[in-house]
Design a protein around this ligand. Sequence first.
Ligand SMILES: [Zn+2]
Length: 104
Amino acid sequence: MEIYPVKLQLVEPASLLIEWSDGRKQQFSHAELRSHCPCATCREKHAPGSPEPAAAPPPDQAVRVVSMKPAGNYAYCIALSDGHDSGIYTFEQLRGLGHEVLNA
Ligand SMILES: [Zn+2]
């Protein structure tokens, strides 16, 4: 069975909720999505063997998701408030992030 998001919801102050076609719900912080940005620039920066920057800036906890749009039928392109808009997050990747939300 193909699993796909049936509902996307921005949750204040800085989270994203995804409800999947199998009924699972997951919540992601915007900062978590940012730190897992799969775009070429970030992948390169995190590549093993690449020199560590002398003073890595702390992760930006204030970064926000500003838009999400479908990329094909397997992923979302997520634009972030720090100007990143080229990260393609596959459903598979998203399923491995965040934390599951149980129905109250
Ligand atoms: Zn990136």
